[in-house]
Design a protein around this ligand. Structure first.
Ligand code: RUQ
Ligand code: CUA
Length: 674
């Protein structure tokens, strides 16, 4: 069984005591599972040659990537590598992209990505960027939606697991991250049994509104709980941010039992405008920190990695009114704010109700000092003083809620494997639909913003079991598309996903489809190894380093014959694709390379490092089928023994000349010092 499933199920079953349901949710019901309506096929059929209505961005979980799907067809359009190396397009393998994966721990070419978050203006997605978190080595990435490429990655210091991330403020000023695991603060060699004394959590606000300038604006020191998810207030609650916590027991072993003792944990409400004021008044401490900020330089398209130091750390004890705790049953997971900004919905994964807090009552409770107690400078409000209502008997294992903008909320129920639709204000359940199986997140385009497009809902399921052809021990994870345009939810489509989809966000395709970059301007390419014509190509030696400047155009490389390289050398191939046309990419691969291929977009220069391991002649070739003579797009590099007298020469052969019909020339062999 999936370990995370075990984690959820064991205490839940103990707590709720309905073992039969555990079995029920993993048992096929053939009658139900095929219960799609007659017009489902028509509703998801996008005729060949036509476009989908929405782009959906699904996190890849442990793949560290984002997968882009068309909705309603469920067609996979693209995989965007973010925190994982991807040999398909040399992300994290090419010299230009390697710095993107630098952290204070060194090169970290993998992570676990959970929550895509579209950038917003005034609480509505603006189609500029999408952010996503790295849950393991805490980072947040920004992906540009004109290029579908990761542009910027910033590490989060003083944190362990960036799970409650990267949710945005409605004005787009910040993205946040709260630490999943509490750790000694500052981290140090202390006994784990000192948990209560030494371990703390942090909530980080990162500046996110200026491309290339992301950084930690301030952090807030929190009690040593686990922080799980977050969402910004909006409308009347704009200026606040809400985070769930669990493990208020502060257990550090066997959490499945020991962190499930308390009847209630907390939603932490953070007043970030107050935080800004306290920082401005000098109430934050300078906290020694070192973290990496990586970004792609626009002109050269070469990633730069810089080290940042120091953060402003706020202690709630020094900044009154900064944080309040709202008691919330029981080990809450998701926290979601409705489009009006009035209701704060928590998903208590072990709770038997869905609690909804009222922002108006929250403000009044603060004014009336309706406090139970204070923890580390954080007043705990009375549950009844902030509660708007409870959705009774929703099912088992409520996790996440999204909204349709028409007054309804949709909550995923992990254990009972269903989506429950309920009415804001009356808290009555109006519909439910089974999911296959064990739904985690759900997503409505714009469903966590001020302005949902309430037509479709995407359910993301942890287990698919019998839904697809079996594929060995690991079966596909999957999403399901549900029509929410009418009173009753209707299942339309299943589609398998890449990695484990946690969350997804989606937006109308019309917002971004016409803003796509088609190619990079060769004239503006500032890569120092760029060449614009064949005669600029060549080879240079500097000690044991050999640099080859190479051009790619349909259908040859120039140079395509390289000699004089010696065993013990390290070769850097710098390939410039001089095409200036949409979607004319060239690839580059050399036999025996311990790296990956290159894929070079039009107008771009990309570099791959190759350390030859033996003497001989080795072919290289274009890997991306680019023309009728793509198979002819090839060349050779000759590796001679160390100390050879073979001169360093890069040339273009007659073969390539006859293919292209161009006048060619022998390129100058530039000899560097040895
Ligand atoms: S998680 S299934 Cu967002 Cu990582 Cu809830
Ligand atoms: Cu260039 Cu194939």
């Amino acid at each position: 069984m999936n370990p995370s499933l075990k984690k959820y199920l064991a205490p839940a079953v103990a707590a709720v005591g309905i073992a039969a349901l555990l079995f029920a949710c993993r048992t096929t019901n053939p009658g139900v599972k095929t219960a799609v309506t007659n017009d489902a096929a028509q509703k998801v059929f996008v005729p060949p040659g036509q476009y989908d209505e929405y782009y959906a961005f699904l996190s890849g979980g442990f793949s560290g990537q984002i997968a882009v799907y068309g909705i309603p067809s469920g067609r996979l359009l693209k995989v965007i590598p973010v925190f994982s190396q991807n040999p398909e397009n040399a992300w994290g393998y090419s010299e230009e992209t390697k710095p993107m994966l630098q952290t204070s721990h060194g090169f970290v070419p993998w992570d676990d990505s959970h929550h895509p978050e579209l950038s917003q203006t005034d609480g509505v997605p603006n189609g500029k960027w999408i952010f996503i978190n790295a849950n393991n080595t805490p980072r947040i990435a920004r992906i540009d939606l004109t290029r579908f490429e990761t542009d910027e990655i910033v590490e989060i210091p003083n944190a362990a697991g960036a799970h409650a991330a990267p949710f945005t403020t409605p004005d787009g000023r910040y993205v946040v991250s709260a630490t999943r695991f509490s750790v000694p603060m500052p981290n140090a060699d202390v006994p784990i049994s000192d948990y209560k004394k030494s371990f703390r959590g942090t909530i980080s606000f990162l500046k996110a509104d200026v491309p290339g300038k992301m950084e930690v604006a301030f952090q807030i020191m929190m009690p040593g709980y686990d922080y799980d998810l977050g969402h910004a207030g909006k409308g009347p609650s704009e200026g606040w941010f809400f985070f769930t916590s669990y493990n208020s027991e502060q257990a550090y072993t066997k959490l499945e039992a020991n962190a499930s003792q308390n009847d209630k944990d907390y939603v932490a409400a953070v007043n970030w405008k107050r935080a800004e004021a306290c920082v401005a008044e000098g109430k934050a401490k300078s906290w020694p920190s070192t973290y990496k900020h990586n970004f792609i330089d626009e002109g050269s398209r070469i990633a730069k990695s810089e080290t940042k130091t120091g953060v402003q750390m706020l202690d709630p004890r020094d900044c009154a009114g900064l944080v309040y705790f709202l008691p919330t049953p029981k080990s809450p997971h998701g926290v979601d704010v409705d489009p009006t900004g009035q209701y704060i919905v928590a998903g208590g994964k072990l709770a038997t109700v869905i609690p909804v807090h009222s922002f108006t009552k929250f403000e009044k409770a603060i004014a009336d000092k309706q406090f139970d107690t204070t923890i580390d400078g954080i007043p705990v409000l009375k549950y009844d003083a902030v509660l708007a209502g409870e959705v009774k008997n929703p099912g088992l294992g409520p996790l996440h809620t999204e909204f349709d903008g028409k007054g309804y909320a949709y909550t995923s129920m992990f254990i009972s494997s269903e989506v429950v639709k309920w009415k804001l204000g009356t808290w009555e359940i109006v519909d439910r639909i089974p999911t296959y199986y064990s739904i985690g997140h759900l997503s409505i385009p714009g469903g966590d913003t001020k302005q949902p497009w309430g037509k479709y809902l995407i359910a993301m399921n942890k287990i698919t079991k019998d839904r697809y052809l079996p594929t060995g021990p690991e079966l596909a994870q999957a999403a399901q598309l549900i029509d929410i345009s009418g009173d009753k939810m209707k299942l339309l489509l299943d589609f398998p996903t890449i990695g484990e989809p946690h969350y997804a966000q989606a937006l109308p395709a019309s917002m971004i489809k016409d803003k796509q970059v088609k190619f990079y301007s060769l004239a503006q390419n500032a890569n120092p190894y760029k060449i614009m014509k064949e005669s600029e190509g060549g080879i240079t030696r500097s000690g044991k380093r050999v640099d080859v400047k190479m051009l790619a155009i349909r259908s040859h490389f120039a140079p395509d014959n390289i000699e004089g390289v010696q065993l013990g050398d390290t070769v850097y191939f710098h390939v410039t694709n001089i095409e200036q046309d949409w979607d004319i990419l060239h690839g580059f691969a050399v036999l025996g390379n311990n790296n990956s291929e290159l894929i070079v977009a039009p107008g771009e220069t990309r570099t791959i490092k190759w350390v030859p391991t033996r003497i001989g002649v080795f072919p290289f070739y274009c890997t991306d089928f680019c023309s009728a003579l793509h198979q002819e797009m090839q060349g050779y590099i000759r590796i001679s023994p160390a100390g050879t007298s073979v001169p360093l020469v890069a040339s273009i052969s007659d073969k390539a000349l006859s293919q292209s019909g161009r006048l060619g020339q022998t390129l100058p062999a530039k000899h560097g010092h040895e």
